[in-house]
Ligand binder design. Structure first.
Ligand SMILES: Cc1ncc(COP(=O)(O)O)c(C=O)c1O
Length: 392
């Protein structure tokens, strides 16, 4: 594209690989593991970084570069890379930067696998973590050690939809010279841009809203160039690269990212309001609902409330599973960000490996159900839930 400053919707559509001599309009799939050179000298220069060229698809690939460029522009980050999954993005953003003996502070309200990485995998290499409250930042200072290097958080959090004050976290990281890594998966760059609040790195599971149709896995890390160089070195040699096919699928989907995310938000907000007073529910949780304890903060840092609504069924674990079993149209699945509505029971699935005590501390009660609100007609989504609730 030219040097004109384009808006996000245009960027997501018009950022494209250079057209080949075939004149294709849509980006072709560069399904190649390596690239060929005219001479050994040319290949040596490419390997040495003297010339900028694709060498091997573990390092670079045109489809991957297109995807990464879109995310960097949308997240206002100077550099980025793509990985095979969101978890590879989470892992490499920490393992690529921290050393043995380093410490990080992490929000207690994180996706289950991120907690496993922080609590059980990284400590094997001497990298330790102290969990802090996602909402009240006043206790964060007490968690600091002389070796603290990073703050890691996600907002809104999966699944309980806690909102962490990004400006506050940015100021904390700045004051203590820490890397601030924000998992922006639930908001997507359409709703929230953590770099504007002082984040050093933004992480995505591109499996979610970026793909948006529940087909492929992918992850993104984007951020400051000096940090990204280190993560790129780690990934180049440890190999969690995304498949060119997945990058091609996700990049094409991103052409409708803004449209879809805004439509998901509209659906979710409407569903939350329609279910608010349902007698079979103990609670309905949505960041932009008036009764969300952090609605003002959510409105300050997000364009809309996101596509996830959580409910707490009046009843126990068994009754909650019964409710899920009575859903007819809504899928029972662990994914989110799909055009199809999905119900997930975090206690028995995505967050089942956390201790019960840790789950309860962040509001993951046995009666909590997470809905990824899809793009089916809102009346059909609501009816599916009402019918299932009437049967328990
Ligand atoms: C907030 C968050 N981060 C990271 C991930 C991991 O992404 P992936 O499943 O693509 O590895 C997920 C998956 O649900 C998630 O919800």
């Amino acid at each position: 594209m030219s040097s004109r400053k384009f808006k996000d919707e245009t960027i997501a559509i018009r950022t494209q690989t250079e057209r080949t001599r075939h004149g294709e309009h849509s980006t072709p799939l560069f399904l190649t593991s390596s690239y060929a050179f005219d001479s050994g000298d040319e290949m040596a220069d490419a390997f040495a970084g003297i010339t900028e060229a694709n060498v091997y698809s573990r390092y670079t690939n045109p489809n991957v570069e297109e995807l990464v460029k879109k995310f960097c522009l949308l997240e206002e980050a100077s550099a980025g890379l793509a990985t095979a999954s969101g978890m590879a993005a989470v892992f490499s953003s920490i393992a690529g930067l921290l050393n043995q003996g380093d410490h990080l502070i992490a929000s207690r309200a994180l996706f289950g696998s991120s907690i496993q990485v922080l609590s059980h995998i990284l400590p094997r290499w001497g990298i330790t973590c102290t969990y802090v409250d996602p909402v009240d930042l006043s206790g964060w200072e007490q968690a600091l050690t002389p070796n603290t290097r990073m703050v890691f958080l996600e907002t809104p959090s999966n699944p309980s939809l806690w909102i962490t004050d990004l400006a506050g976290a940015g100021a904390f990281a700045h004051d203590h010279n820490l890397i601030l890594a924000v998992d922006n998966c639930f908001a997507s760059p359409v709703l929230q841009k953590p770099m504007k609040f002082g984040a050093s790195l933004v992480i995505h599971s591109a499996t979610k809203y970026a793909d948006g149709h529940g087909r492929v896995l992918g992850g993104i890390v984007a951020g400051k160039e000096d940090l990204m160089e280190k993560i790129a070195f780690f990934n180049r040699h440890s190999g969690p690269s995304i498949s060119p096919f997945n990058a091609w699928v996700i990049s094409k989907s991103m052409e409708t990212l803004a449209l879809r995310v805004r439509a998901h938000c509209k659906q979710a907000e409407e569903l939350a309001s329609r279910l608010q007073d349902h007698p079979g529910l103990e609670a309905v949780i949505y960041p932009f609902s008036e009764n969300h304890p952090q609605v003002d903060l959510a409105r300050r840092q997000m364009e809309a409330g996101g596509g996830i609504v959580c409910i707490k069924v009046k009843g126990d674990y068994a009754k909650t599973l019964q409710f899920i079993n009575h859903l007819e149209m809504i899928s029972i699945s662990p994914n989110l960000g799909d055009t199809r509505s999905i119900a997930t029971h975090p206690t028995s699935s995505t967050h089942s490996r956390m201790t019960e005590e840790d789950r309860l501390t962040v509001g993951i009660t046995p009666n909590l159900v997470r809905f990824s609100v899809g793009l089916e007609h809102i009346d059909d989504i609501e009816e599916d839930i009402r019918i299932a609730l009437s049967k328990i």
